[in-house]
Write a protein that binds this ligand. Structure first.
Ligand code: GLN
Length: 473
């Protein structure tokens, strides 16, 4: 049952939040040992929340728009007192002393926070194979990766553990796993959702967003978590977005750009899905035009300088001094070296080295400075495109979910996965992946809709058209 229907029935007293939770936990207990989508559950906390929701309903009060909806949280989101690992060894058994704003808002809307999901360590990766706690399996095909870095959250929704999960998207980490697992994944406009309590990877790119089975549930969740938060200095001064009311607005009269650079080079089935999506939007009244935005092909190189540069700075705090795991050493330098050598996995170390190099004196202008200039070029290119169209359409990922081990030995091949998702992050715009077709082995293929900053309601209405077309299949 999707989130909207669940919440409606709980609010009307037709079903209890406790029974919704027990059903969700039963599915998790049955399947999670195999899938490894959840790293840890907070059954006690979720039960207490469910009882509160039921008590409010019994008293005639409204527990909120997500009443009784079980929700999974990527394990880089802090919840006071609940172990948070970022799928790294370096955080050890760290229990955050504060709760992320998004988590507070979900709880305030009546949601039941059932547990923390697996990810690539510190959200660096595209397959969830970089987790220190073992990979997550793709529920659609257990021999395949679920995508990453929010693979555990995508798998939790695809396996029907919870109707909604939160992830974070720095270069595609919500949209790519959504595509691989056959669910909806939305990256909001930079600044629309507070990052207070999200463990930072690359601060100029990170955004939190929802996974769901329906476009409407993505809209509903974003309404709850979006809007200004004084505790995040990058938070936009806007109220909670109004999205659900516009989800069925359609696309009649909307102009959509089918962007060559956002599907060229992808598998044939993926390219075919994008073209079919264009036809579906056209049939619904949109004016779809072919577009080329050559600057988009520079995104990958710029991202793999900027994201590691910011990561190398953000991850300097994990040194064994104040929190997390510590490996002792003869003096403080030896302690830090031993802690970081033990605590970080290979990919995280690679990013720290890449980033430190790109920021070092003598190379700064050639790498980091250059990447920032490319980013500006991309911002201008998108702005020019949006003078003519309302939305852009492309693929989410070049392939369907790939087998375990297929790319983990070659970082460059893994990075190429992100070629269609990264441009959006560099310019701070929203984008959504909607499950739309099947490709190799019957595996899901998502298509991606992109819009300018704060165009979520138009984008969701477009996504709803694509979703409706699939309902008829
Ligand atoms: N796959 C990309 C990376 O490894 C994106 C990760 C993300 O969005 N968190 O950096």
């Amino acid at each position: 049952m999707n989130a909207r229907t669940t919440a409606q029935r709980v609010r009307r007293g037709e079903i209890s939040a406790v029974s919704v939770l027990e059903d969700s936990l039963a599915r998790i207990h049955a399947e999670n040992p195999r899938l490894n989508a959840f790293l840890r559950l907070d059954e006690e906390g979720a039960r207490a929340a469910a009882e509160r929701v039921d008590a409010l309903v019994a008293a005639g009060d409204d527990p909120g728009p997500l009443a009784g909806v079980p929700i999974a949280l990527k394990d880089n989101l802090c919840q006071r007192g609940v172990v948070t690992t970022c799928a790294s060894r370096i955080l050890g058994e760290w229990r955050p002393p504060y709760t992320a704003t998004v988590v507070e808002r979900l709880a305030g809307a009546g949601a039941l926070l059932v547990g923390k999901t697996n990810l690539d360590e510190f959200a660096m990766g595209s397959s969830t194979e970089n987790s220190a706690y073992g990979p997550t399996l793709n529920p659609r095909d257990l021999s395949r990766v679920p995508g990453g870095s929010s693979g555990g959250s995508a798998a939790a929704v695809a396996a029907d553990f919870t109707p909604v999960a939160l992830g974070s998207d720095t270069g595609g980490s919500i949209r790519q796993p959504a595509s691989f697992c056959g669910v909806v994944g939305l990256k909001p406009t930079y600044g629309l959702v507070s990052r207070f309590g999200l463990v930072a990877f690359a601060s100029s790119l990170d955004q939190i967003g929802p996974f769901s089975t329906t476009v409407e549930d993505a809209a509903l969740t974003l309404e709850v978590i979006g809007g200004h938060d004084p505790r995040d200095s990058t938070s936009l001064r806007v109220g909670a977005p109004q999205l659900v009311a516009h989800v069925d607005d359609g696309v009649a009269g909307r102009r959509v750009g089918l962007v060559r650079e956002l599907f060229e080079g992808a598998d044939a089935e993926v390219v075919a899905a994008v073209h079919t999506a264009a036809e579906v939007l056209r049939a619904a009244g949109a004016d779809v035009v072919d577009l080329s935005i050559p600057e988009l092909s520079l995104g990958l190189s710029a991202y793999y300088i900027i994201a590691p540069a910011e990561a190398s700075s953000n991850l300097a705090r994990f040194d064994g001094v104040r929190f997390g795991h510590r490996v002792s050493g003869e003096d403080v330098t030896a302690m830090m070296e031993a802690t970081r050598t033990f605590g970080f996995g290979d990919e995280v170390k690679r990013r720290i080295m890449l980033g430190t190099y790109a920021l070092s004196a003598g190379y700064y202008d050639a790498y980091y400075g250059q990447a920032l200039k490319v980013r500006t070029l991309m911002i201008d290119a998108f702005a020019r495109a949006y003078q003519h169209v309302d939305l852009l359409l492309g693929a989410t990922a070049p392939t369907v979910a790939f087998p375990f081990g297929a790319k983990s030995h070659d970082p460059m091949t893994m990075y190429l996965n992100d070629v269609f998702t990264i441009p959006t992050n560099l310019v701070g715009h929203p984008a959504i992946s909607v499950p739309f077709a099947t490709g190799e082995g019957g595996l899901p293929v998502g298509v991606q809709l992109l819009g300018p900053g704060m165009s979520e309601s138009v984008m969701l209405a477009g996504a709803r058209i694509l979703e409706r077309d699939r309902e008829g299949l």
